[in-house]
Design a binder for this molecule. Sequence first.
Ligand SMILES: [Zn+2]
Ligand SMILES: [Zn+2]
Length: 190
Amino acid sequence: MLRKSSSETVQNVPHKPAPPNWPLTKTKKITGRDMDPTKDKVYNGCLLNGRIIDWAFLMSSIATNIEDENGQIHRFVINKWPLPSLRDFAILEAVKVFRPNVKTSIINPYHRKARDGYNTIRVEGPEYVKLDTSMIDEQCHVCGKEGKALPSCSQCKMALYCSKECQTFDWTEFNHKGICKYLKMFSQLI
Ligand SMILES: [Zn+2]
Ligand SMILES: [Zn+2]
């Protein structure tokens, strides 16, 4: 499973998606299976639904990872994120919004065959994405299992787990060990 947020801030891309056409009247629902992994292509008139499975990475764009309805993982980049002037505040805003188990609906997704080998769904701005945060406190951050009052990481209180196994897996395999202290800092501000 890909679990590596990195930024892809290419300014000059070969394609430009159509402006987002909310509300969805004639939109076709697609998943990664409907996309050609070898082609740099915009899927205009299409909607890709998924959920965020990672914490956001912010440079001048937002990058995270999403899982679509077939369980396929995509890197997801919002190229232009309205940055507040204070960088720390911008990161805090990003962590608040782009967090595990936020449901995403992406209109006119642009599939990019990235130079570093990680295929990416890119949109030009937040107007292409609808976010639903209703599940953020109800799903395990590793396996997505639903539950009420899931225990959280005792340090950061941000990461939720259904089991000890998932917690250990996150710590060792998904680098919670490396980001826990930052999440703890944010949790005191959120
Ligand atoms: Zn779990
Ligand atoms: Zn933690």
